[in-house]
Design a protein around this ligand. Structure first.
Ligand code: MG
Length: 252
């Protein structure tokens, strides 16, 4: 961390290619705050469409395992949502999948505790490798490439579209995974991210797997992999998780 007390990030990390900014640079411009539209009827929850693969319907974690030991996922399930149990580690879907439209909802702890990366931190790890940040960035500055919806350590979101801590928030993510020919990358990953109805990334090309404080590269992996949710020791909740494979219908 920088000796400058006003710097919410790092200035001793590598420069990101094509930019003047360090990885997690605290001086990079903060994403503009955009307040999401008001929720009607006190609920943002819309159920999965008929062709969705449901990964979590609010009842149990039978579709998930602990990443630590491949045993049962040990997060808590109550009132239609799951909640991180700090120390139990990240959890992964049993389902392995690739290119998709993913929907999920999350809520930061209502009781505000900590700041910067220490407030309501979790993460949506696409294919277990590419993190779309989950954080409570409501009135909580942090390094821009670690903002809620940031492609962690690579690209800040186009907006800070967080709802207040404790409120449910929606992620809609379109994911195109990378393709490899042996060890060679033949197509990078692309992601589109919408938070609470607000576009954060539009078909953004990833630099590689996401990581902390270092420049990234791609590492070869299969075209399908589990979805992972991060245990960053904060009591973040998730619900209504499903995906639709990206596929074109046969138009004849
Ligand atoms: Mg995180």
């Amino acid at each position: 961390m920088s000796p400058d007390a006003n710097n919410v990030g790092y200035d001793d990390t590598p420069i990101l290619p094509g930019t003047d900014w360090h990885v997690h640079d605290g001086h990079r411009p903060q994403p503009p705050v955009v307040t999401p539209g008001e929720v009607c009827c006190d609920c943002v929850l819309v159920g999965p469409p008929t062709d969705a693969v449901v990964l979590f319907d609010g009842t149990d974690l039978s579709g998930w395992i602990s990443k630590k030991d491949d045993g049962p996922a040990m997060w808590e399930v109550t009132d239609g949502h799951m909640q991180v149990v700090p120390g139990t580690g990240p959890i992964q879907t049993k389902e392995h999948f690739g290119d998709c439209q993913l929907h999920l909802e999350f809520a930061a702890p209502e009781v505000v505790k900590g700041d910067s990366q220490g407030r309501g931190n979790s993460g949506v790890f696409l294919m277990g490798l590419y993190e779309i940040q989950v954080l409570d960035c409501f009135d909580n500055p942090t390094y821009p490439d670690g903002t809620t919806g940031g492609i962690y350590g690579q690209f800040p979101p186009l907006a800070n579209a967080c709802r207040k801590p404790g409120e449910w928030q929606t992620y809609d993510i379109i994911w195109e995974g990378p393709r490899f020919d042996g060890d060679a990358l033949v197509k990078p990953a692309f992601v589109t991210v919408i938070l609470n109805g607000i576009l954060l990334h539009h078909h953004k090309e990833l630099l590689g797997i996401t990581n902390h404080k270092v420049l990234t590269t791609y590492e070869p992996h299969p075209e399908v992999a589990p979805l992972e949710l991060q245990d960053h020791s904060d009591l973040v909740r998730f619900r209504n998780i499903w995906y639709r494979p990206l596929a074109e219908y046969d138009a004849g």
